[in-house]
Design a protein around this ligand. Structure first.
Ligand code: NOJ
Length: 525
């Protein structure tokens, strides 16, 4: 019997940007609750919400000041309970973001830790003396620019932070930290949460010797300054896996919960995150579609490589967008390509994650300098590292506040909403939303798509053709990545086209099948 998270489609909500209910320009939990029927209509199965805990919002919630409450900006624990109930009533699952690597400097643990060297919580964070000339303990760099060590005047030591200085790293070598964080997991699991997306897990532990990271020969100006060094001593340390195993045991104290890891790693190393005997993450996020050239043979090769690398019984997953990356539409070059990408994502073998707004064809929104919010863009301006463009408000209507807020939205809404918004797209059979709904309906109704095997039929520089198979049921997916018509190579036996990215095609039931530019089809064989 497969687990729910194998056949599920996950939908990521960035809570600041989904729906505002009180006119402050920032999305909140009552807002999300008021939009649950959109998710039902869309046809997804689970919702992952980026952090909603009390936070000074230096990194928009990824700087947690209290793991066991809700930030008043988003609502209250009572709203949270209503959200869980509303989702479960609709047969939707809830996945929360768990941020174990670091807290906010405002967390009471860090306040205690920085108060004196003798404080019982001193060792909950990573404190070190500087060098003889007052320099940081080593050359480690913060992901968001500058050194990864900040000086603390009061106790005259440096503390380590993989991200902002406002996000001190917890010391996971300390068993008290482990126990406290496992209790945080239990707190939410006991409140009905169906699983966690675990933040920045590959950075959880650093080498104890604090050796300098070596230079990265592939770095060049224009890339993130943090990539000047290879993260040999700060990422993917072997001890991380025993911590993930322990997190998994906590999740397993409850029935049928899922653990998803945010792991940015090459495929071979990513596979270790399934854990020994699959006792690690159920789903270590597979981000490789985000960085593979948008070209049929490159994508075919990626699928082949990923499928071949999976450990026995390991369940695949695919991601095309999230709150850290440029939106799909802006990456792949246009509407037709983004529609084709949707068909790819929702017909591949493995759990797909849809980023909010992709279902209506939202693209990156250009952010004028005076509106920049993301601390990364502020620290390292001008390199295009900022993540505001992909975090703009969900467009519900074509009215000025886009149906998101009655106030001033925290980020600009861009221009596309006039055409690309939920209200208008619901009525238009040729819209993104209609395509996503059709794809999701098909996936839900077809075991071959949700749980069947994957078999590549052929791939060349222009097209990718594969089958999804469940017993006698065979579905053919043919994707034309090129801007010219493409004749699908004829297969034995009859076929019937059941869905196309192009609305005009109809239910063709005969060979030959000639795909239009950027067209994708699903056909029964
Ligand atoms: C990864 C999250 O996705 C990103 O948004 C955040 O800034 C960092 N981790 C730090 O928590």
């Amino acid at each position: 019997m497969p687990h729910w998270w194998q056949s599920a489609v996950i939908y990521q909500i960035y809570p600041r940007s989904f729906q505002d209910s009180n006119g402050d320009g920032i999305g909140d939990l009552p807002g999300i609750i008021s939009r649950l029927d959109h998710l039902v209509e869309l046809g997804v199965d689970a919702v992952w919400i980026s952090p909603i805990y009390p936070s000074p919002m230096a990194d928009f919630g990824y700087d947690v000041a209290d793991y066991q409450n809700i930030d008043p900006l988003f609502g209250s624990l009572t709203d949270f309970e209503a959200l869980v109930a509303g989702l479960h009533r609709r047969d939707l699952k809830l996945i929360l973001d768990f941020v174990p690597n670091h807290t906010s400097t405002e967390h009471e643990w860090f306040r205690a830790s920085r108060a004196s060297r003798q404080d019982p919580k001193r060792d909950w964070y990573i404190w070190r003396d500087g060098g003889p000339n007052g320099e940081p303990p080593n050359n480690w760099l913060s992901e968001f620019g500058g050194p990864a060590w900040s000086w603390d005047e009061v106790t005259q030591q440096f503390y380590y932070h993989a991200f902002l200085a406002d996000q001190p790293d917890l010391n996971w070598r300390n068993p008290e930290v482990q126990a406290a964080m496992f209790d945080v997991m239990r707190f939410w699991l006991a409140r009905g949460v169906d699983g966690f997306r675990v933040d920045a897990i590959h950075l959880l532990i650093e080498s104890e010797a604090l050796l300098d990271n070596p230079p990265n020969p592939a770095w060049h100006a224009g890339k993130s300054p943090a990539r000047r060094l290879l993260r040999v001593h700060t990422a993917d340390q072997p001890e991380t896996h025993s911590m993930i195993g322990a997190m998994r045991r906590v999740a397993d104290e409850f029935s049928d919960r899922v653990l998803i890891g945010e792991v940015s790693m090459p495929i071979e190393r990513l596979m270790n995150y399934y854990g020994e005997a699959l006792q690690g993450f159920h789903l270590p996020f597979n981000f490789h579609l985000l960085s593979t050239p948008w070209q049929a043979s490159a994508i075919a090769a990626l699928i082949r490589q990923y499928e071949a690398a999976l450990p026995p019984g390991g369940w695949p997953n695919w991601v095309l967008g999230n709150h850290d990356r440029s939106r799909l539409l802006s990456r792949v070059g246009g509407i037709a390509q983004a529609r084709l990408a949707a068909m790819l994502l929702l017909t591949l073998r493995g759990t797909p994650t849809i980023y909010y707004g992709e279902e209506i064809g939202m693209g990156d929104v250009q952010i004028p300098p005076e509106c920049v919010q993301d601390p990364w863009e502020r620290n390292v301006p001008g390199l295009g590292l900022g993540r505001d463009p992909c975090r703009t408000p969900m467009c519900w209507t074509s009215r000025p506040g886009v149906g998101f807020t009655d106030g001033v939205p925290w980020l600009p809404v861009g221009e596309r909403f006039a055409q690309f918004n939920v209200a208008d797209e619901r009525k238009d059979p040729a819209s993104f939303l209609s395509l996503y709904r059709s794809l999701l309906r098909l996936r839900r109704g077809e075991r071959a798509l949700s749980l069947g095997t994957y078999r590549e039929r052929w791939a060349d520089s222009r097209s990718l053709v594969y089958e999804r198979i469940d017993g006698a049921r065979r579905l053919l997916v043919a994707l034309n990545f090129s801007d010219q018509a493409y004749a699908v190579q004829e297969l034995d036996g009859p076929l019937r086209v059941i869905l196309s990215t192009h609305v005009g095609r109809g239910k063709q039931s005969r060979w030959p099948v000639v795909l239009e530019a950027h067209e994708g089809i699903v056909a029964e064989l």
